[in-house]
Design a protein around this ligand. Structure first.
Ligand code: NAD
Ligand code: UFG
Length: 338
């Protein structure tokens, strides 16, 4: 196949898992990352798992000239743009930082693609673009409601910029709207490694189970859901990585008449916070110390996907269960705390 892909944010959680699937399927991958939320060990792990040496560029994407100089002599067929800051709470405290980094990086990537005549883009969007949906499950046609955080707003703006850019330059772009990625690679060599205190549920559960955190706070039990705790559509990271592979294959082989396409990437099933905690306890035979506290700002009660379009059009389907998700998360946590 030998298509060349530039992966921004490729040392992060989703990027690293995706690079493995791409390399294992014959794609040639180069990574740009500034390590603001990842570690260089992630590069070594990808190389170890795949047995392939990767071109790595340590560049901040908000610095256009540096990026251009570093990549001047490279040619790429596709860009996958993962790089972004992703903490919802940090974005509420520092909205400008999120606009500057997430929108600034995307604009530079689009400028670079125009300069290098790269015609295919795959972008990391999020179900957060739907806000608090009017009806469930959400389809790709569901409208964007008010963003619940500046982070969510950066994803709405990004999608709009990519839509306009793709139509203007008649290039094919795809945004994948991820639901809640969890779990780790089967090798146990890569997974999610939050810097500092985890913000997301499953990493917090894992760190509580291993003893790094005293107790998990469950944010609210008075939502209108099956047990009062919020419901999300958790998706295994390897299924999510394979959705990128499917989207890259679509961009490579098929010229869609629609220049900009979007796909929901979720399992279509919703689990409550308590259901996730209980699955983790049961599968891994560990205890989780938790207490119910007040609601967290910016949380919605329930969201899960309709993934019909991605199943049909991308020829992709999620294969892993909630049990696989919590089992691989725990295996990864034990590996990094050995
Ligand atoms: P991550 O933080 O693990 O990975 C992002 C990577 O981008 C990191 O390695 C970071 O160092 C890099 N980066 C950030 N800003 C950069 C910049 N200016 N220049 C160069 N590198 C930069 O996050 P992730 O979970 O892998 O998320 C990847 C993408 O998916 C992000 O766009 C995120 O918003 C989106 N997303 C994530 C989730 C989730 O729950 N993890 C859900 C929906 C969407
Ligand atoms: N939760 C707790 N305690 C915690 C952490 C989370 O009870 O310590 C609860 C939250 O209140 C929420 C659920 O667990 O109800 C899931 O929370 P996460 O933080 O794991 O995930 P979110 O649904 O809030 O958001 C995630 C990503 C966002 C992304 C969004 C949609 O963090 O970046 O999914 O893709 F935008």
């Amino acid at each position: 196949m030998d298509k060349k892909i530039l992966v921004t944010g490729g040392l992060g959680y989703i990027g690293s898992h995706t690079c493995i699937e791409l390399i294992n399927n014959g794609f040639n991958v180069s990574i740009i990352d500034n390590l603001v939320n990842s570690e260089i060990t992630s590069l070594k792990s990808i190389e170890k798992i795949t047995g392939v040496k990767i071109n790595f560029y340590m560049v901040d994407l908000t610095d256009y000239n540096k990026m251009k100089n570093k990549l001047e002599n490279e040619n790429f067929d596709i860009v996958i743009h993962f790089a972004a800051l992703k903490s919802v709470s940090e974005s509420i405290n520092f909205p400008e930082k999120y606009m500057d980094n997430n929108i600034g990086s995307l604009k530079n990537i689009l400028k670079f693609m125009e300069y290098k005549n790269i015609k295919k883009l795959l972008f990391s969007s999020s179900c957060t673009v739907y806000g608090k949906p009017d009806s469930l499950p959400v389809t790709e046609e569901s409208i964007f409601k008010k963003p619940e955080s500046p982070y969510a707003e950066t994803k709405q703006i990004s999608e709009k910029l990519i839509d306009e850019f793709s139509n203007k330059f008649k290039q094919n772009s795809i945004s994948l709207r991820y639901f809640n990625p969890v779990g780790a690679h089967d090798s146990g060599l890569i997974g999610e490694k939050p810097k500092g205190k985890p913000e997301n549920l499953v990493p917090y559960i894992s760190e509580t189970a291993i003893g790094l955190r005293k107790s998990l706070s469950v944010f609210g039990s008075d939502y209108k859901t099956k047990d009062g705790t919020p419901v999300r559509d958790y998706i295994h990271i390897v299924d999510l990585a394979n959705a990128h592979l499917a989207a890259v294959i679509r961009l490579t082989n098929y010229k869609s008449k629609k220049y900009y396409e979007v796909f929901n990437i979720g399992t279509g099933k919703g689990y409550s916070v308590l259901e996730v905690i209980n699955a983790f306890k049961k599968v891994n035979k560990v205890d989780i110390n938790y207490k119910i506290v007040g609601r967290r700002k910016g949380d919605i009660d329930i969201i899960f996907s309709d993934n019909t379009l991605s199943r049909k059009t991308l020829n992709w389907k999620p294969k892993k269960t909630i049990e696989d998700m919590v089992e691989s998360s725990w295996r990864w946590q034990k590996n990094i705390n050995r």
